[in-house]
Design a protein around this ligand. Structure first.
Ligand code: DQA
Length: 143
């Protein structure tokens, strides 16, 4: 089983962002955890991060060709990018939304997600463990 993990805008700066919200981990430390969790569940994760919305959309399209599921943390794009939603709508494989911080408990503008009603599952405010739960969900859903 192959799972695409697509992190969006500013997630490359994780270790510099508020540790109270994001935990202080770097993106590469987070990705190392994700690869390990995937391995333990006999699946392959491919993690990518970009700050460019068009590239993110291209990677969604590419993942359509090979992924058995996709884990998305679009960062702030989650709150307004209808183009990313349109790309994710193309999946028949499960799309799982993750946010490290609890967007429901933060500023008003973070509470809405363009992905929320098309996501098969959402793991919000669980820190890195949200990605583990997302992988577990996809493995369970596609078993
Ligand atoms: C985030 C939450 C978003 O509101 C924010 O813009 C991010 C990170 C999270 O993982 O908690 O960049 O997606």
């Amino acid at each position: 089983m192959r799972i695409a993990v697509l992190n969006g805008a500013n997630l490359d700066m994780l270790e510099h962002r508020d540790p109270a919200l994001y935990g202080g981990l770097s993106l590469s430390e987070l990705e190392t955890k994700i690869y390990q969790w995937a391995l333990e569940r006999q699946c392959t994760a491919r993690c990518r991060q970009t700050n460019h919305e068009g590239e993110y959309i291209d990677w969604c399209h590419e993942a359509l060709e090979w992924a058995d599921g996709v884990v998305v943390n679009p960062g702030a794009w989650a709150h307004y990018s209808w183009a990313i939603r349109d790309a994710l709508e193309l999946f028949s494989a499960p799309v799982v939304e993750v946010h490290l911080s609890d967007i429901a408990e933060r500023e008003e503008w973070r509470r809405f997600s363009v992905v929320e009603d098309i996501a098969a599952a959402r793991f919000i405010g669980k820190g890195p463990d949200g990605y583990r739960e997302a992988l577990e969900y996809i493995v369970g859903a596609t078993a």
